[in-house]
Design a protein around this ligand. Structure first.
Ligand code: 13P
Length: 268
């Protein structure tokens, strides 16, 4: 059942506590937003700890990020433009999460994208995690840097800054942040142990096939990577920087027909 606006605000506070308690942000860092409809979006306020919010903290903005509603001293996140760019370019997205989880942010600071295929869940849920080039927070530089990845991925590292995830709803976008950080942590630790044992291209392709069969929504190299289109293993062979493909109509049709078949088989 669809949540009403107050329930969504309460969920935003719950997610804020989780993000804070898991150490994915320090102090007042991080922000997230939820799309209510084409011209109304809820977002966290700027300059407060997202671990201690109550529903009246949450602000409402229009599609340009202008304030529709903000209680007392609360004002929308200073990063609202970054969120609005995701909604503008990805009409399928219902929520955006920004955090600074320590392992993922360390990779973002070192300038290393997460591209090594090392565990099934990360390959299926995320594929690769590229790095959007550094931009000064709160300026248009970050939305502009993120934009090139929006047609192909549901998550990016933000160079020397943190991570950004998006999805159909807030839990989905938040879980992507958890998955991304866990992937980064495992990658970091396995490198300390002498280097991860990577999946072979064939093993990667079999995991991508599982994702296709599951009909998981969102953008992922399993369906979009130009390497995959060329019959080559994707996307882990292109260093996480591939943006040269286009989102083919054929891909969308393929995903939709597989989703339909899975739903039919499940009797939905
Ligand atoms: P806001 O409190 O303005 O959302 O900013 C936090 C942050 O992490 C900026 O990158």
């Amino acid at each position: 059942m669809a949540m009403n606006e107050f329930e969504i605000k309460k969920l935003m506070c719950d997610i804020g506590r989780r993000v804070y308690d898991r150490g994915m942000v320090a102090a007042n860092d991080g922000n997230f937003s939820v799309k209510l409809n084409d011209n109304e979006f809820l977002c966290t306020p700027t300059g407060v700890s997202k671990g201690f919010m109550t529903p009246e903290y949450i602000c409402k903005v229009d599609a340009k990020g202008n304030v529709i509603q903000a209680n007392g001293k609360f004002r929308p996140s200073s990063e609202i433009k970054m969120h609005m760019r995701v909604y503008e370019k990805r009409p399928d997205v219902g929520a955006v999460v920004h955090a600074h989880p320590s392992y993922a942010t360390s990779f973002a600071i070192a300038g290393i994208p997460l591209t090594q295929p090392i565990m099934p869940e990360a390959v299926i849920a995320l594929g690769c995690v590229p790095i959007a080039k550094y931009g000064t927070p709160s300026t248009m530089e970050i939305p502009d840097a993120v934009e090139e990845y929006l047609p192909y991925f549901d998550q990016v590292l933000l160079e020397s800054h943190g991570a950004l995830t998006w999805g159909p709803d807030l839990l989905n976008a938040y879980y992507k942040m958890e998955s991304l950080e866990f992937y980064a942590e495992l990658l970091y630790k396995s490198r300390q142990l002498g280097g991860p044992k990577e999946f072979t291209p064939d093993q990667v392709e079999r995991l991508y096939e599982i994702r296709r069969q599951m009909g998981i929504p969102g953008k992922h190299p399993a369906n979009l990577c130009p390497n995959a289109k060329a019959g080559k293993p994707s996307c882990h062979s292109c260093g996480g920087s591939c943006t040269c493909g286009g989102e083919g109509k054929a891909d969308a049709e393929l995903v939709s027909s597989i989703t339909k078949k899975v739903m039919e088989q499940l009797g939905l």
